[in-house]
Design a protein around this ligand. Structure first.
Ligand SMILES: Cc1cc2nc3c(=O)[nH]c(=O)nc-3n(C[C@H](O)[C@H](O)[C@H](O)COP(=O)(O)O)c2cc1C
Length: 204
């Protein structure tokens, strides 16, 4: 199973990219995580660019998203929300209208920040946007707080409870992609967050 990792940070020493690397090591057997570099290559979304052919970077990103069985997103929080590059990538993934590259793929969201809140708002916003596009959003979160001290050199999470929570989250993503679970079942998960899997009812 191919899982595409999207990092909301473009920073070379990103804690969220490190979190994705840890998540890649936490996947059950048979699943592989490929952390895409396309997020930073994409042009700023502009409907004028939606002509044939699409910009090369958009074509490459769309192909990577379409080829993936599921997406795992890690985003820092910028001013209480997801980052601009990640929103831009999600907007491109929502296109073309009627046949979005993202489709109804399973998506899970995690996040790390130096604060005590672990990018929880950014994660909630990202889940809401992915659900709005039509993705099947895993109703779990992973707020990694005080992130500069959260990792070993391994890399791994220092806190064993948090490490287990990450394993449960990525297992839920893989199970959803494999059809071994569904969103209703995941909503009853002990770690489930309220309303995370419910797409807004506004018509597209
Ligand atoms: C423009 C900007 C806004 C930020 N706003 C928040 C915020 O609202 N909440 C938070 O917890 N951290 C905030 N931070 C701190 C980031 O969480 C921190 O820089 C983090 O390490 C970035 O993630 P990265 O290590 O993956 O690049 C902000 C950082 C920047 C640059």
């Amino acid at each position: 199973m191919k899982i595409l990792g999207l990092c909301g940070s473009l920073r070379s020493d990103s804690l969220n990219r490190r979190l994705l690397e840890v998540a890649g090591r936490s996947l059950p057997g048979g699943a592989e995580l490929d952390i895409t570099t396309h997020v930073g290559d994409l042009p700023l979304f502009d409907e004028d660019l939606e002509v044939d052919p699409l910009p090369d970077a958009v074509q490459a990103f769309h192909a990577a998203v379409r080829e993936a069985d599921a997406l795992l997103v890690a985003s820092p929080e910028y001013n209480g929300s997801l980052t601009g590059p990640l929103k831009n990538a999600l907007d491109w993934a929502s296109r073309p209208g009627g046949d979005p590259a993202l489709g109804d793929k399973p998506v899970a969201v995690i996040g790390a920040s130096p604060s005590r809140f672990g990018a929880a708002w950014a994660q909630a916003e990202t889940r809401r946007i992915a659900a709005r596009i039509g993705a099947q959003v895993v109703p779990l979160e992973l707020p990694v707080t005080e992130a500069p001290d959260a990792f070993t050199d391994g890399p791994a999470l220092r806190d064993p409870e948090l490490a287990e929570r990450l394993e449960r989250l990525v297992a839920a993503l893989v199970d959803l992609a494999d059809g071994r679970t569904d969103l209703d079942t995941l909503a009853d998960h002990d770690d489930a967050v309220e309303g995370a899997a419910t797409p807004p009812s506004i018509a597209a």
